[in-house]
Design a protein around this ligand. Structure first.
Ligand code: DGY
Length: 423
């Protein structure tokens, strides 16, 4: 790893730190984003443990009474971003969005906890622990319509994989004719060829307006929202997060919560098979409105290893898919497998490689005994940064940077991977 790039990565986190919370990148994303922030904490933990804890503590300041943790926290109004707090009209103690994000916090807290001084940080762990439990419970209460431990999502932005082709057909089915007029600002920061289309944006804003018009009543939204998918990414991430929270609960001697989490884990381990699509031989998302699988291989399919989910046979099939993707690309892991409808090398979540997803996939592969694949993905992730800098994402062919630059979570993952190399 290059010392120069490690210094640059730290500097990006420090520059994007607006005082206890870190923005993904300046101007384009000028607020605190949920899962971005959690990965940022992982980066800070490599050189400033206190700052790492603070990032997540500040994120949880936005937690609603019922345990929900929003995907954006609007601490001040920033005219460079749309849709801002006046469009969402949501929040409890702070103005926020009304949707959540992949629940990576318990897993990252566990990582940070494992490598920090326990005497110094035990009070912090004890204080964040019930908040993590409450967030997981929120998913199990409001977002498990089939009671099989899989996560229902009500907005593509919630999944973090905003414009994945998994959402194309379900979004096309949304009536966008009544959406209020709006002006996009994202395409004034980066080229429109790297961003979702205007039609997709209309669907996103229609969904925001649906939630807002129902006062962010998550019970109602979960039942009647015009976009209702069981998301493969969030389902895998929650299963993994439950396992990590379980190990923290065991450490803290919280027996009731240990029992509760064991039940949830068993439910999801069994339920995950619902997301296996025999016709495309992969785990993928499921459209509850249309009653069918997306049938697409995306980077989220490979989070099965990270979740510790799926049978040996399914794992072998996933490895076959991985080999095919490897033969067709220069850099792993494209967010969407080439050759499928909707693949695009540069457009956001339709093909580009994302360092954070690589981090989860490579950890899962290493833990499942596929160290060669894990090493390959780690090495590709570092090479992409060395080649193109700290971009939001990268083309899986030439490695060209796409989206915003000086991106916090890309810097954080570079630091996390450099830390692994050094230990
Ligand atoms: C955006 O504005 O593009 C974000 O991804 C929403 O979370």
């Amino acid at each position: 790893m290059s010392t120069e790039l490690i210094n640059k990565a730290r500097q990006i986190l420090q520059t994007n730190d607006l005082g206890g919370y870190t923005v993904p990148t300046q101007s384009m994303y000028p607020y605190q984003w949920n899962w971005d922030s959690v990965f940022v904490a992982l980066g800070f933990a490599t050189f400033d443990q206190n700052r790492a804890w603070l990032e997540i503590e500040n994120l949880f300041e936005s937690q609603w009474e019922d345990g929900f943790v929003p995907h954006i926290i609007f601490r001040k109004d920033e005219p460079s971003y749309f849709p801002g707090p006046n469009i969402w009209v949501a929040g409890d103690s702070l103005p926020t969005s009304g949707i959540s994000n992949p629940p990576v916090a318990s897993s990252i807290i566990k990582r940070i906890w494992d490598s920090c001084d326990h005497d110094e940080n035990i009070d912090r762990l004890k204080s964040i622990f019930p908040k993590l439990v409450a967030w997981h419970r929120w998913f199990h209460t409001f977002r498990d319509p089939l009671n099989n431990g899989l996560v229902l999502t009500t907005h593509p932005w919630e999944t973090g994989r905003d414009n994945s082709p998994e959402w194309t057909i379900p979004c096309e089915a949304i009536d966008i004719s009544n959406v209020s007029p709006f002006t996009r600002l994202d395409t004034s920061h980066v080229d429109s060829s790297m961003r979702p289309t205007d039609e997709e944006y209309k669907a996103y804003i229609t969904l925001v307006e649906f939630g807002r018009d129902h006062n962010w009543d998550h019970d109602h939204i979960a039942k009647h929202n015009p976009f209702r998918m069981l998301d493969v990414g969030m389902s895998m991430i929650l299963l993994r997060a439950n396992r990590d929270l379980l190990s923290l609960a065991e450490f803290l001697g919280e027996q009731d919560i240990v029992d509760e989490l064991n039940q949830q884990i068993a439910l999801s381990e069994k339920g995950i098979d619902y997301l296996w699509d025999d016709s495309s031989n992969t785990f993928c998302s499921y459209d509850l409105i249309a009653g069918k699988h997306s049938g697409f291989i995306s980077s989220a399919s490979f989070l099965a290893f990270y979740a510790g989910a799926g049978s040996d046979e399914q794992h072998q099939q996933l490895l076959e898919n991985l080999k095919n993707i490897e033969q067709e690309t220069d850099f792993l892991m494209p967010s969407f497998a080439p050759g499928q409808d909707g693949f695009d090398t540069m457009r956001y979540w339709r093909g580009p490689v994302w360092a954070v997803v690589n981090y989860m996939i490579l950890n899962g592969l290493a833990e499942s005994g596929y160290q060669d694949w894990a090493d390959r993905i780690a090495s590709d992730t570092k090479s992409l940064v060395e080649l193109s800098g700290f971009h939001e994402a990268f083309s899986p062919y030439k490695g060209t940077g796409t989206g915003g630059d000086n991106f916090s979570w890309t810097a954080a993952i570079y630091l996390a991977l450099s830390n692994l190399t050094n230990t």
